[in-house]
Design a protein around this ligand. Structure first.
Ligand SMILES: NC(=O)C1=CN([C@@H]2O[C@H](COP(=O)(O)OP(=O)(O)OC[C@H]3O[C@@H](n4cnc5c(N)ncnc54)[C@H](O)[C@@H]3O)[C@@H](O)[C@H]2O)C=CC1
Ligand SMILES: NCC(=O)COP(=O)(O)O
Length: 342
């Protein structure tokens, strides 16, 4: 691939229009110069965006455009690539009728990275429930993006969710499943696969030559020698040993309650955790406003803010754009790394 002289163009999806997506997208565009945000275009219903700006009393130039022309628009106006679907404008009130447009935005952003017109996909948050109500069958972006990438490549793709903040990268082995289902889903094969993809992408995309992976236990005190659960010794330790034999600098299983303090964090590049909250609670507690949700294992770059749709504050003008700005900046960094001659 040729090195690029210009900033990479990012495709930003609408997310759930009843959430804070529209307002943080506007705020990120307004903050573009101070934060060296790479040019992006927003895939949304322009009427919804204009209505939300009016509702909030924000004066923002919005220009309808196409992906190839978006970079030229970005300095003077927020480039909007209109969706076929229309959105209903009801801040705070999720509506399954918006599902078609929410999914269309994701589909088109992925098509744009596949065609090469965009360098990365950045997603505004979606609420899962209204999408399920409309028949969407994927637990979240992470799984849906892997599905779209798999269709394109003709192979099954395992996506890996990583929460990347200034002081912690945390990866859940199991993602959007009920806690009751976690012990059955924490298999040696799953731990090894997720860890291998994480190590690969940290090296290939983040430039960490030999990533150190701290692998958490599942049970309190990593099972306390079997007294508090058997999975840590029977499943997680053999996975760590297999990873080490494969040349990956993995260690554990570590008691999850003591692996996130500052000295412990200094000993690894990513924490591999066994379930969603084990990874996402420390990541969001440490840096809610700066952490980015990045999907590893995909053939393209995808980042997202760490937070959700925040329906409780949508349309009130108090949503912080920081995590979206961090997601846009990380997408740029990863795209720049990708285009650098190897
Ligand atoms: N990447 C994505 O698409 C994500 C989507 N979600 C979805 O979002 C929906 C709501 O999830 P919740 O658990 O309520 O989490 P949430 O992150 O939407 O909200 C949690 C709390 O943080 C506040 N908050 C969130 N983002 C903020 C921001 N930018 N500025 C200021 N305050 C902010 C909210 O007002 C709320 O009090 C769910 O349906 C969930 O599935 C959740 C996380 C990520
Ligand atoms: N809790 C993280 C989350 O729900 C984000 O999921 P995704 O939509 O990025 O897969």
């Amino acid at each position: 691939m040729q090195p690029r002289n210009d900033a990479p163009l990012l495709a930003l999806t609408a997310g759930d229009p009843s959430g804070i997506g529209p307002e943080i997208a506007i705020a990120a565009w307004q903050a573009r110069n101070g934060h060296s945000v790479s040019p992006f275009y927003l895939l949304t219903d322009p009427a919804l965006l204009a209505a939300r700006a009016r509702h909030l009393g924000i004066e923002v130039p919005i220009e309808e455009t196409t992906p190839p022309n978006a970079a030229a628009v970005f300095s003077r106006a927020l480039p909007v690539v209109p969706l076929e679907a229309r959105f209903t404008d009801a801040p705070g009130l999720a509506d399954a009728a918006n599902a078609a447009g929410i999914v269309e935005a994701i589909d088109r952003a992925v098509a744009d990275v596949h065609s090469g017109v965009a360098a990365a996909v950045v997603t505004c948050p979606i609420a899962k429930k209204p999408l399920y109500d409309a028949g969407f069958r994927f637990p979240g972006h992470t799984e849906y993006l892997a599905h779209l990438a798999g269709l394109k490549e003709g192979r099954e793709i395992t996506p890996v969710m990583m929460l990347a903040g200034p002081d912690l990268r945390a990866v859940p082995v199991t993602i959007h499943i009920a806690l009751a289902d976690v012990p059955g889903a924490v298999t040696q094969a799953a731990i090894e696969k997720i860890s291998r993809i994480t190590a690969h992408d940290l090296a290939a995309r983040f430039g960490i030559a030999k990533p150190r992976l701290a692998i958490s236990g599942l049970n309190p005190h990593a099972g306390e020698g079997g007294a508090m659960g058997g999975e840590d010794e029977a499943i997680i330790r053999p996975a760590v040993e297999a990873l080490r034999r494969a040349g990956i600098d993995a260690f554990g299983p570590l008691p999850a309650d003591t692996m996130f303090h500052p000295r412990a964090r200094a000993s690894y590049d990513a924490a591999i955790c066994m379930y969603h909250d084990q990874a996402l609670i420390p990541a969001k507690a440490l840096a809610f406003d700066e952490t980015v949700n990045v999907t590893l294992g995909l053939p393209f770059i995808r980042t997202s803010p760490d937070h959700g749709t925040a329906f409780d504050i949508a349309g009130k003008g108090i949503a912080r754009p920081d995590s979206l700005i961090a997601a846009l900046k990380l997408a740029r960094l990863l795209a720049d790394n990708e285009s650098r001659p190897k």
